[in-house]
Design a binder for this molecule. Structure first.
Ligand SMILES: [Zn+2]
Length: 86
């Protein structure tokens, strides 16, 4: 059984979901990491990343920056987290 998490904002139940993690530097989107495991609140959409996941994300983003492969994406199709649950 997986453990149940409750939302830090509204105390509702959270569900496991894979989300896109956009990394912003000032106004520029420098990296978009796909399929990041996270917890998403079923009520308010608040996202929570496990500490290990956050550490991994930081490494991924640092690698992007080191390689110079930042890719400015002019318009980012923003997808509300709620749509991930349907
Ligand atoms: Zn919530």
């Amino acid at each position: 059984m997986s453990k149940i998490r409750t939302c830090a904002v509204c105390k509702s139940e959270m569900a496991e979901a894979s989300v896109e993690y956009p990394y912003w530097h000032d106004d520029a989107l420098v990296a978009l990491v796909n399929d990041v495991p996270s917890w998403v609140c079923l009520l308010c959409g608040h996202r929570y990343f496990e500490p290990a996941v956050e550490t991994t994300l930081r490494h991924i983003v640092n690698d992007y920056i080191k390689l110079g492969s930042t890719f400015p994406i002019p318009t980012t199709p923003y997808r509300p987290v709620h749509s991930l649950l349907n």
